[in-house]
Design a protein around this ligand. Structure first.
Ligand SMILES: O=C(O)[C@@H]1C=C(O)[C@@H](O)[C@H](O)C1
Length: 152
C-alpha cells in the first residue's frame, strides 16, 4: 500500500531550468519531479505531481486531493505564495497537512517576497535549498514523517 502525497508547483515553475538560473538553478521541472518520484518510490510513497500557472486550477487540484486520499501536500505556490488567500483556504479546507517549499531564499529577496499566506499553517517550510529541496531521499523521508504519514 503506497502512501500518496501530492507535489504542487505554481506559476512559472514550469520555466525551471531557463528562468533566472542564477536564482532557480539550471535543472528543469521534469528533472526535479523525476528525482522526487524516484526517491519517493524507494520509501513506498506515491508522489503525484501538478504544475499550473492558474490560481483556480491549483485550488481545484487541492480539492481533488482529498477525494484521492492524499495524505500530504508539498507546495511551492510560486508568486501565489505572496498573494493567494484562495489557495490558503483550499489547503485549510481539505485539511491535508502541507509543507511549503521555495527554491530560493525568499527572505533574502525583494521585501514583497518576505510575506507568505501559507507559512503560519505549514507543517514545515523548506526555503533556499535550490531544487534539492524537492526531493533527496532524506528530504522525502523527513517530509513524510513531518506530515505524520504512518508507515504502512
Ligand atoms: O523560490 C521559489 O521557489 C519561489 C518561486 C517563485 O516563482 C517566486 O514568485 C517566489 O517568490 C519564490
Amino acid at each position: 500500500m503506497t502512501r500518496p502525497i501530492l507535489l504542487i508547483n505554481g506559476p512559472n515553475l514550469n520555466l525551471l531550468g531557463t528562468r533566472e538560473p542564477q536564482i532557480y538553478g539550471s535543472e528543469t521541472l521534469a528533472d526535479v519531479v523525476g528525482l522526487a518520484k524516484q526517491n519517493a518510490e524507494k520509501l513506498n510513497v506515491k508522489l503525484y505531481d501538478f504544475q499550473s500557472n492558474h490560481e483556480g486550477a491549483i485550488v481545484d487540484r487541492i480539492q481533488q486531493a482529498r477525494d484521492e486520499g492524499v495524505k500530504g501536500i508539498i507546495i511551492n505556490p510560486g508568486a501565489y505564495t505572496h498573494t493567494s488567500v484562495a489557495i490558503r483556504d483550499a489547503l485549510l479546507g481539505v485539511n491535508i497537512p502541507f509543507i511549503e517549499l521555495h527554491v530560493s531564499n525568499v527572505h533574502a529577496r525583494e521585501p514583497f517576497r518576505h510575506h507568505s499566506y501559507f507559512s503560519d499553517k505549514a507543517v514545515a517550510i523548506i526555503v533556499g535549498f535550490g531544487v534539492k529541496g524537492y526531493g533527496t531521499h532524506s528530504f522525502i523521508s523527513s517530509l513524510v514523517a513531518l506530515m505524520g504519514i504512518p508507515e504502512y
